[in-house]
Ligand binder design. Structure first.
Ligand code: ZN
Length: 477
């Protein structure tokens, strides 16, 4: 991407001040800082993969006290810091391409004992999402934040990006599942916000400022997570339908069905083709179809569900369908959906978008979206999938073979304006769950009003007066 190359070259030679390095050497363990080239490569980037990593060093603290003393020094010496979790983000929020110091929370992965009376657990920011699930499962409890990257993503990153995922339709975003936060500010102050309290009505809730702020306002070091009971037996269905309009008709019907829906996901035949090519997975259907719907639900009344399923065929709402028999088959159906992101990246060059609409506006929006695609991308391959039950669509534009990379990215950057105009018209958001980071920064005004942006800038200045925390992410100062 032309923009990225320029971005990396302009700043990548930045070096850390000598007196700052001296203070680190004197006050921190000898393995605190890494300047190993392979680690700089690894820690300088996230899953966005379009920016060239160029951090100056990676700091690997073990305690909140070390984070606090480090940030206080960075503030004093004007050192830019990129807070870093599992780096599974898709908007460049954890990229260090301008000589920043990466502050990795990797070593801070302690998990305290589960409080099975209060349904909470306190963990450090570096705890991996899946490890938290495994830690809580023996108590019949879970932290219901779940997505394909759960084996690498960390609690701190999930909270800093207010991550979404495949279960939002039932549980909501990460924000709903955070009781308390420990945050270190840009000047090194340690804040304990809300503890383990469910109810606490003592004025403005500062904890919420840091959730979704992508490390621009403070560094999350610990969190008290709210847990819920593990769900009961889940049924997993895959349906074949002709087009996106049919996906939405089926959703309207499923909303009224005798089911407790925990996921309503869809993908097109173009996504499935790339999954089959990359992962060699098999479709359960003989005939191909325009779109597929993956429905996961608890079915308290099996006979009512059976009658509903039969009626789907009678009423022509689906053209084919299958229900997983057992865990292995459920996993196979889920693999078709969860392998899409990696399969698209592995089989082509693409431009990702992650938009959301009010669910009630989806039908009208999708009808108009087709004409944007026809006008801007005539004959191009567009892979649509997403958590459509939450109004969330992932729009992936694949690079045509005939186009050079730079020309492709220049084209999609322009074309995005047309789609975001439509998103704004229907009351949607330009980033449903991936965040803004570097990738969507230029489009933020489609979703946030000028007065809001001004308030966000004022907040940044108040909390980070030197502008050292994740500079250039979400907003320019
Ligand atoms: Zn998603």
């Amino acid at each position: 991407m032309a923009r990225c190359v320029k971005y990396a070259c302009a700043m990548s030679t930045a070096a850390l001040p000598a007196d700052f390095l001296r203070a680190l050497a004197e006050g921190f363990p000898s393995d605190f800082l890494s300047r190993e080239p392979s680690e700089l490569q690894e820690y300088g980037r996230d899953w966005t993969r379009v920016y060239t990593p160029a951090p100056s060093a990676v700091a690997l603290p073990r305690t909140t006290d070390e984070v606090s003393r480090l940030l206080s020094l960075c503030h004093q010496h004007h050192v830019a810091v990129v807070p870093s979790g599992g780096r599974t983000g898709l908007a460049g929020g954890a990229v260090a391409a301008r000589g920043e110091l990466v502050l990795s929370l990797r070593r801070m992965n302690r998990m305290d004992a589960v409080d099975s009376l209060g349904n909470t657990v306190r963990v450090q920011a570096g705890a991996v999402t899946e490890a938290v699930h495994q830690h809580c499962a023996p108590y019949g409890l879970t932290w219901p934040v779940d997505f394909a990257s759960k084996g690498s993503s960390t609690v701190g990153g999930n909270i800093a990006t207010n991550a979404g995922g495949v279960k939002v339709i039932r549980y909501g975003l990460t924000r709903q599942w955070v009781l308390g936060l420990q945050v270190v500010t840009a000047t090194g102050q340690v804040l304990e916000l809300n503890g383990a309290l469910e109810k606490n009505n003592t004025g403005t809730d500062l904890r919420q400022l840091f959730i979704g702020s992508e490390g621009t306002l403070g560094v999350i070091t610990e969190a008290t997570l709210k847990l819920t009971r593990l769900p009961g037996k889940q049924d997993v269905f895959l349906f074949a339908v002709p087009d996106v309009a049919a996906v939405l008709r089926l959703f309207r019907d499923a909303r009224q069905a005798p089911l407790l829906i925990s996921a309503y996901e869809f993908f097109t035949d173009l996504c499935l083709a790339r999954v089959q090519r990359h992962r060699k997975l098999r479709s359960p259907f003989e005939a191909p179809s325009g779109c597929y719907v993956l429905l996961e639900a608890e079915s308290p009344d099996a006979s009512a569900v059976e009658a509903w399923l039969a009626s789907l065929f009678e009423r022509g709402l689906v053209t084919d369908g299958t229900q997983a028999q057992g865990m292995a088959q459920s996993a196979e159906l889920w693999a078709l959906r969860e392998s899409i992101s990696e399969s698209l990246s592995a089989t082509g060059v693409l431009h990702k978008n992650d938009i959301s609409l009010p669910v009630a506006a989806l039908e009208a929006f999708c009808a108009e979206l087709d004409s944007v695609f026809r006008a801007r991308y005539p004959g191009w391959e567009i892979c649509l999938f997403g958590h459509i039950g939450d109004g969330n669509l992932h729009v992936n534009i694949m690079k045509p073979d005939t186009l050079e990379k730079d020309a492709f990215f220049a084209h999609v950057k322009q074309a995005d304006h047309a789609m975001f105009e439509l998103v704004r018209k229907h009351g949607g958001s330009i980033s449903a769950e991936h965040g803004i980071g570097l990738l969507k920064k230029d489009y933020l005004a489609y979703s946030r009003a000028p007065a809001e942006l001004e308030l966000l800038r004022a907040l940044k200045r108040a909390l980070d007066p030197q502008g050292i925390l994740n500079p250039g992410k979400i907003l320019d100062a």
